[in-house]
Design a protein around this ligand. Sequence first.
Ligand code: C2E
Ligand code: CA
Ligand code: CA
Ligand code: CA
Length: 278
Amino acid sequence: IKGEAGSGCAFFTESLRRQNLQEAALEAEGKQALRLGQFQPYFQPKFDIQGGERLSGAEVLCRWIHPDRGVIPPCEFIPAFEKSGLIVQLDRYMFRQACQWYRRHLDGGGRPLNLAVNVSRAGLLREDFVDYYAKTKEEFSLPDGQLELEVTESLALGGETLFLQLVQQLHQRGFVCSLDDLGSGYSSLNLLKNLPIDVLKLDILFFHKSVDKNRERIVVRNIIQMARELHIRVIAEGVESMDSVAFLREAGCDTVQGFVFAKPMPLADFERRLEGEG
Ligand code: C2E
Ligand code: CA
Ligand code: CA
Ligand code: CA
């Protein structure tokens, strides 16, 4: 069990200590990388699947474009950034980048999109959380109902009252709120009872671990059905085959995000893709 930073070092095993040193180095490097603008938003398109496939938006996903090590995926630095709290600055930086781009997109006559960014637990717990996001949205005069904030379910568990208040405040300021990674964690469907969430993100890859495809589909179908009755939109994430798309369409899922249609891509590629869609 870990002690507080700076006081509990004596208790660390060698490997834990090494890991901590690595994390400290990563944090220092990360701080500098933020200043140098080495973090870039990648965009993974989302497609509405009811009645043909239409690109309806994107999730903004962070990449570290490292001068020596190339493109570093988030799994290699987000956990360390979450521990150090640097994730809050990174999330806000990503959101600002997204807003900046979206303003340019709209100014250039681009059509409305649904643009989602991830918000970490630490970010949500900051006192100025709603204010920062709302003020940034207003700074770029972005319309209501198009910017989406994704938070994971683990966060809502245990802090339901706070979570409820935050979602209400975000709604007042024109944000769409989504619950990320449903199906990956201690998924409490119970949460949906009380939370006025707009979108539910179903991690289909999680369900793929099941042995019986038939049973898997019954579970997914019923979650979608339940969400619909609660007027919650459903995005299926991690969709890799057209077979799954066909099933999801039939099950009433609204939107698909997955390698079957597109991987996360740099802005230039995303813009090209948008143009292609007309
Ligand atoms: P996430 O929020 O669940 O994002 C979806 C992840 O699933 C992305 O991984 C995406 O590339 C991947 N994915 C999407 N479709 C498919 C598919 O069909 N097959 C497979 N195998 N994977 C698919 P990515 O970009 O590596 O991000 C991993 C996680 O890192 C994210 O999971 C999120 O939790 C975190 N993350 C990424 N960017 C940010 C950020 O700016 N802020 C915060 N707080 N977390 C971030
Ligand atoms: Ca997400
Ligand atoms: Ca997710
Ligand atoms: Ca995930």
